[in-house]
Design a binder for this molecule. Sequence first.
Ligand SMILES: [Fe+2]
Length: 226
Amino acid sequence: MMQEVAENIWIEERPLKFHGLPFGTRMTVVKLTDGSLFVHSPVALTTKLKTEIHKLGDVAHIISPNKLHHLYMGEWQTAYPAAKIYASPGLRKKRRDLKFSDDLTDTPDPAWADDLDQLIFGGSFVMKEVVFFHRASRTLLIADLMEYFCSDTPFLLRQLTRLAGMYGRPIMPPDWRMTFWRRKTARTALARMLSWHPEQIILAHGKMIESEGEETLRRSFSWLTS
Ligand SMILES: [Fe+2]
């Protein structure tokens, strides 16, 4: 069952293995003011999920916020041919099979600008991520910029994240952290995210942050600012 985490925001959590490890993944669906649906990091589309989505509204926008969360965009495009799909930086090159409607930039598309703010978190030479902020609920939507593994994480992943210094705190994986050579660019994006004063943070892997988002964000990115 999809879970309502704020007014007009739902998540769907799924098991997902990455390099054999049970990372799990999370999709977010936002109902926009015009009643249409904005789908962030789509997961595999089952019949049950389709029924739930149908009750919420019409799928209008399908988003992969970075070049990793694109796996199910094709099947969503087939199921919802009237919806637009959007390319995050680098995704067009990776998914030449998909027909993208538009590119995600540093400013929100007019279609969702009434509800969501947006920026590109750059500064890494391997990947940029597009971050969204739902103003009404002060919810930040991110995918891989932070992962949060704690006591409810499966045993093996818990041990590995402990070794990587990631256990018990929301933080970016160290291998990605090391690629942020243009730190000023990343710091500018972080400052803008903090200026939104997020309360809740939905992330794709691990536990989501339900409150004190701004302070959590500040602590999580101390590696960038110190
Ligand atoms: Fe991810």
